[in-house]
Design a protein around this ligand. Structure first.
Ligand code: NAD
Length: 489
């Protein structure tokens, strides 16, 4: 491992393909190749492939960084977080361009919504912690106070969808709480996070307070989560990986939070605005369906199925597939050939098992990574396409005849990340909203979020909650300090 300022030029933007440890770019002997889903012949970079030694170096750096960072005052830390937030805003165009090439998310949406939200995460947590009021009360003759202590180095491991925003969403509360961070982005889309490292020194972080390492999950990911010096593990990804990391966290007795996969229901009652529901259902195909919160199981009241289907087909037909840099494009490519083959596998197995492919079920062009919006009517609720997360532009449709039946169907998978309900009846909105077992349920809306609200999953969709105080509490060691009243002056 050496330090190296060598960078690669990706579509006119200079990016470091190396780790960022203790304020320096560090190389590894081995690398892994990153290609663009927009054109698989377009190689973007050979990225440093971290190993046990890299993880050891990063954790050691984070321990040293923690000593300095946690000893700064909260206003000093907040100033640095605000600066980082400003730098992200000022460079949002470049970050968006890299992320678009890296994972094929739509460029306009990245520029206008997703990357600015990344900047907001840092600003929000700095403001939020500044407003924090220590809890204080009198009981049994003592004054009780709850003190939040920082915990130490936190490992943050993130997935390849919306990688920049999701990383900042997890890193910001860790830093605001006074912890140092080692971020490991996903190997299929590692470049936008690498740009983040460019701003860390400029924002004024002490060396080692915020480190970024690159590499494969089974290699450097394993080395990071098994290191007993790590004091928090914050993970977003699949339930399969969540289980593996959870075992390491348990062995070291390290608090662990996991945001995992989803299989959300989008429920349409006959009393709903059917046009709005159909439009939102068709929007679930955006970003190639690679959205954990997507409402992928359409549950439609039987009496309005044909009206819904007509409008849903109309909005689905309006989608435009193509290069995500083109403002007209609404359907992006799948992240990786391996991922698309996985999606195709689900559809083929559904076909062979007797489910009905209502439309789609194939690529737009052979050899390219764009898959047609696909709708499947399952032969039964046990079908694999109902019970497993596909993470592609594949929705299912089922009908119901009563409210309890809709709720039963919505709650019939092991997941519980999100739910969407369309109804115009306020009492029903309340009843069904509460009855759907999911961490977030939207009624007549989707993806609008308040950053102070708890976010997480029921069932196999996750452990713990992020957002607002929930994330700050996770990243803190909470202490009760009790002093006998009148005993100190
Ligand atoms: P993944 O679980 O394959 O990988 C996620 C991250 O974990 C990557 O950085 C990977 O390198 C790392 N990793 C893999 N194996 C590891 C190991 N043994 N030890 C340590 N780290 C390891 O997930 P993915 O394919 O990148 O992402 C898609 C999944 O993420 C989907 O299930 C999706 O629903 C979920 N997701 C959930 C949310 C949420 O907020 N709940 C958000 C986005 C994505």
């Amino acid at each position: 491992m050496n330090s190296s300022d060598a960078r690669v030029c990706v579509d006119g933007i200079s990016v470091s393909p190396h780790h960022f440890i203790a304020g320096q770019r560090i190389t590894s002997e081995h690398s892994f190749e990153v290609r663009s889903p927009l054109d698989w012949n377009m190689k973007l970079a050979d990225v440093s492939r971290g190993d046990e030694q890299t993880a050891d170096l990063a954790v050691s750096a984070a321990i040293e960084g923690y000593k300095v960072w946690s000893n700064l005052s909260q206003p000093e830390r907040n100033d640095i977080l605000f600066k980082l937030s400003d730098l992200i805003d000022a460079n949002a165009g470049e970050i968006a361009a890299i992320e678009c090439l890296d994972m094929a998310m739509l460029l306009e949406s990245l520029k206008l919504r997703v990357i600015p939200r990344g900047a907001l995460n840092f600003r929000h947590y700095a403001e939020f912690i500044a407003d924090h009021q220590e809890r204080k009360w009198s009981s049994k003759g003592t004054i009780n106070r709850v003190i939040r202590h920082s915990a130490g180095p936190a490992v943050v491991i993130t997935p390849w969808n919306a990688p920049f925003m999701l990383a900042t969403w997890k890193v910001a509360p860790a830093l605001a709480a006074g912890n140092s961070v080692i971020l490991k982005p996903a190997e299929w889309a590692p470049l936008s996070a690498s740009l983040l490292a460019d701003f860390i020194n400029e924002a004024g972080f002490p060396e080692g307070a915020f480190n970024i390492v690159q590499g494969l999950g089974q290699e450097i990911g394993t080395a990071l989560v098994t290191d007993s010096r790590v004091r928090r593990i914050s993970f977003t990804g699949s339930p399969e990986t969540g289980r593996i990391i959870g075992v390491s966290a348990a062995k070291n007795l390290v608090p662990f939070t996991a945001e995992l996969g989803g299989k959300g229901a989008l429920i349409v009652f006959a009393d709903a605005d059917i046009n709005a529901a159909a439009k939102k259902a068709a929007a679930q195909f955006e970003d190639s369906g690679q959205v954990c919160l997507a409402g992928t199981r359409l549950l439609v009241e039987s009496s309005v199925k044909s009206e819904f289907m007509e409008q849903f087909a109309h909005y689905t037909d309006q989608h435009v597939y193509g290069d995500s840099r083109n403002p007209e494009t609404t359907l992006s490519a799948a992240i990786h050939p391996i991922h698309l083959e996985r999606v195709e596998g689900f559809v083929e197995r559904a076909r062979n098992a007797g489910d009905t492919i209502v439309f789609g079920g194939e690529r737009f062009e052979p050899g390219k990574l764009w898959y047609k919006p696909t709708l499947i009517e399952p032969a039964s609720n046990d079908s694999e396409v109902i019970q497993k997360e596909i993470f592609g532009p594949v929705l299912t449709i089922q009908t119901f005849d009563s409210e309890p039946e809709a709720v039963d169907l919505a709650n019939s998978t092991a997941y519980g990340l999100s739910g969407i309900v369309y109804t115009s009846d306020a009492r029903r909105a309340e009843r069904v909203g509460r009855a759907v077992r999911a961490g977030t349920v939207w009624v007549n809306s989707f993806l609008v979020r308040d950053l102070t609200a708890p976010f997480g999953g029921f069932g196999i969709s996750g452990i713990g909650r992020e957002g607002g105080d929930y994330a700050l509490d996770f990243h803190s060691d909470l202490q009760t300090l009790q002093i006998l009243e009148g005993s100190v002056h």
